[in-house]
Design a protein around this ligand. Sequence first.
Ligand SMILES: Nc1ncnc2c1ncn2[C@@H]1O[C@H](COP(=O)(O)OP(=O)(O)O)[C@@H](O)[C@H]1O
Ligand SMILES: [Mg+2]
Length: 231
Amino acid sequence: MIITFASPKGGAGKTTSIVTAAVELARRGNSVLCLDCDQENFLYKWAGRRDEQVEDGAEIPKVVVKNCAMLGQVTEKIEKYAEKYDYIFIDTPGFDSGSNRDAILASHLVVFPSKPGGFDIDSIPKINALSAQAAQIRPDIQCYLMPVDLDTNASRIETDLDFFEGIAERLEHVHLFPAYTQHRSAYIDASKMGLGPQEMNNAKATAESKEIGDGIQEIENALIDALEGAE
Ligand SMILES: Nc1ncnc2c1ncn2[C@@H]1O[C@H](COP(=O)(O)OP(=O)(O)O)[C@@H](O)[C@H]1O
Ligand SMILES: [Mg+2]
């Protein structure tokens, strides 16, 4: 399954969420490849720190990350590796570009992480337009909005989720992803250490990571069912 994390702006939570999802699916025994199309290469650098963890004796599952920041590389790498990996995640920079569109059109699933703050919400119309354009070319493409970095205050979570539900209901081609993350130091510390948040001994981040893995596999199973039904 090929999954792109995209957003019309930087800092939306793409790289953090890919780390969470990729480590989660690797922990479930899957082969996982990530293509880092962002010239900043934060994901690729994270993988370097993960390799150091392994050299230091950490028993953590393998997540392969390839640097794909040059134009055209993402298409080439997908063609080369699509059959070899159970999951391919594509991390993209926070602006519209030809390679972002290549990544989206090559994907079964596109996840748009979004924080509840003002500027992230301003990019929702762009997310909708991009998803609509993708769906014109690939009617089967699955586009999801994933709330991330939500306030941990218990009184806020329902309000935040209702808010995202309301947005998703109004979007024609974008659904609400069945999982979210809250603001936790485990996500920040994990990124610095080359780990996933579920490798940080934080029960709440581990539970959220599990929900994200389950969400992806639910969408994948629905796609497989639809394909089998069509045969
Ligand atoms: N659930 C979370 N809890 C805490 N911080 C988060 C969470 N999700 C994202 N962040 C922080 O938000 C910032 C932007 O996230 P990042 O994944 O780098 O976004 P992008 O890849 O879209 O530019 C980073 O500093 C990251 O640590
Ligand atoms: Mg990023």
